[in-house]
Design a protein around this ligand. Structure first.
Ligand SMILES: [Zn+2]
Ligand SMILES: [Zn+2]
Length: 252
């Protein structure tokens, strides 16, 4: 399982782009940063986008991607997967023919660029050789994390979340967990208010897992507090912590 980090920041600044992970060559986990870093050929290989929630920093590259893909001819639509409520928000408020065209009807309803594929929570779905499950998490808007499995390798991606429960109850060994930590401990109240984690909250969350993940991959840090957050997570003493960086390629 190869993961390429296209963006992993909790804010946008030069050198810091919003979240998107490329899985193999065909699957995106969130789409905050795509068209600015993948060339046209790589964009053309994308087949599935799994969206954790409809906040702009996780979906903002979908409009520009759709705009590029419309130049292809006669290919299958890119399927956008997520909780039904999340896809409805995208359809009503972003790709709504006002803010941006509805690419589920372009270039025609027979051969659209995009297709929505709602996921019932906590049910496995088979996609391109992977099993993927959407597990609701606790953010300020409807949101889920994803559990992915292929050939016995298990990846957990929380998306944006405050303290939550179900996503930590994955059976068996988790090979890697991509977990958000947005704020330092001094801002734990802000993290709780906005549905995010701080290092001290992360400690409590990982304590809910029956077995710690083999690798802990931290994402979505506010760049202004990067050092502080890393120092505070370091003091928790977890082995195998890695702070995602744009351009990282991680083989699981
Ligand atoms: Zn969010
Ligand atoms: Zn976010």
């Amino acid at each position: 399982m190869r993961l390429q980090v296209l963006g992993c920041s909790g804010a946008e600044m030069p050198g810091h782009n919003p979240p998107a992970l490329l899985l193999e060559e065909t699957i995106l986990l969130d789409a905050g940063t795509v068209t600015g870093v993948l060339d046209e050929k790589a964009q053309g290989k994308l087949r599935h986008i799994f969206i954790t929630h409809a906040h702009l920093d996780h979906v903002r590259a979908i409009p520009s991607l759709a705009d590029n893909l419309i130049l292809r001819h006669g290919e299958e639509p890119v399927r956008v997967h997520g909780l039904e409520r999340v896809l409805q928000i995208l359809q009503r408020h972003l790709l709504n023919d006002n803010v941006w065209p509805d690419f589920t009807e372009l270039p025609s309803t027979d051969t659209p660029v995009l297709a929505y594929d709602p996921m019932p929570p906590n049910v496995w779905k088979e996609v391109d050789g992977f099993r993927v499950m959407a597990v609701p998490v606790n953010h300020s808007v409807p949101a889920c994390g994803f559990v992915l499995e292929r050939g016995g390798t298990v990846l957990v991606y929380t998306g944006d979340t405050g303290p939550t429960e179900a996503i930590w109850k994955v059976n068996g060994q988790v090979n890697a967990a991509v977990v958000e930590v947005s704020f330092p401990n001094e801002m734990t109240a802000m993290a709780l208010k906005t549905g995010h984690l701080s290092p001290e909250l992360l400690g409590g969350e990982l304590g809910k897992m029956s077995t710690r993940p083999e690798r802990l991959l931290i994402t979505h840090l506010k760049p202004q507090y990067e050092k502080e957050i890393q120092n505070q997570i370091g003091r928790l003493g977890f082995p195998s912590v890695h702070y995602l960086k744009e351009g990282d390629i991680i083989d699981l």
